[in-house]
Design a protein around this ligand. Structure first.
Ligand code: FAD
Length: 246
């Protein structure tokens, strides 16, 4: 049965005018990296709640959420306005199966996210599991504009600590950016550009996680299935594990 914890906003950090990291302290609870909670607020007298992935590692005491303000949305503009010291409700226990224990073994792990869909991967990368189970880990972040490439300091730390095992590949669709591929994930998989950029081919020993925009997930999933990399289901294990944000 879901329970609500009272959380205190510690920080609302703006990556740019629309993208922000909300850091919240609650009483401690356990979760598996990749899971999400619901955040709850009362907006104009109505109780509203939405799902958000936990970006912080399970061992971190402060909850971290990477959120995009949806302009005509109801909940995310209210989150965007929250300031340190204000309160928000956090559901417990955390939910979801977008977790590494649902992913079969393989040689290389591709963590592919659009926009805020990169968040759950940071949580996973704080744990020992991906580093112990996979020889190579590719973190692929697809955004519209380069200013949406959040968490660069954390990525720089991972690149320094895990040289040889960890590759970060940004993808920017609407402008050129140094080091980034230009375009959409499905097209870059189809053309072979993504494999060339990270220096690793997709093979039956590849495991991919896809998170974020449902169109990207649908198109990438169909393409990967046509390359012999089917969706991963509990009853029929495959290569592609997915989480839709809407
Ligand atoms: C399992 C799960 C985990 C999620 N984790 C996150 C998260 O970590 N960060 C996050 O920002 N959102 C996340 N979401 C989406 C979040 O729950 C809300 O839908 C989102 O914040 C919009 O809420 P809203 O009330 O402002 O908009 P609504 O009035 O509910 O409008 C929804 C519309 O907003 C758009 N939209 C929804 N989410 C996003 C997004 N992230 N980026 C761009 N457009 C979007 C879609 O067009 C969708 O139809 C998650 C959703 C699910 C199901």
């Amino acid at each position: 049965m879901a329970q609500w914890l009272s959380g205190e906003v510690i920080e609302n950090f703006a990556w740019n005018s629309e993208l922000f990291s909300l850091r919240v302290r609650t009483e401690p609870f356990t979760f598996t990296a990749g899971q999400f909670v619901r955040l709850g607020l009362t907006i104009e007298g109505q109780r509203v709640q939405r799902a958000y992935s936990l970006v912080n590692g399970p061992a971190d005491p402060v909850l971290d959420f990477l959120v995009n303000r949806v302009h005509d949305g109801l909940f995310s503009p209210a989150l965007h306005q929250l300031k340190a010291g204000q309160h928000i409700e956090v559901s417990q226990p955390a939910s979801g199966f977008f977790t590494l224990n649902e992913v079969p073994d393989g040689d290389d792990l591709w963590l592919i996210g659009t926009g805020t869909g990169i968040g759950p991967y940071f949580s996973m990368l704080t744990t020992a599991e991906p580093w112990q189970r996979f020889q190579r880990i590719h973190l692929v972040h697809a955004v519209r504009h380069a200013e949406d490439l959040a968490y660069q300091p954390l990525i720089a730390e991972l690149l320094a600590e895990r040289a040889g095992q960890f590759v970060y590949q940004p993808v920017v669709s609407r402008e050129d950016h140094a080091g980034a591929l230009r375009g959409r994930i499905p097209a870059l998989i189809s053309s072979g550009e993504l494999e060339a950029a990270v220096g690793c081919p997709l093979t039956p020993r590849s495991q991919l996680m896809l998170c974020g925009n449902p169109e990207m997930i649908r198109d990438a999933r169909e393409l990967l299935a046509s390359k012999g990399l089917p969706k991963n289901l509990r009853r029929t294990p495959g290569n592609v594990t997915i989480e839709h944000y809407w």
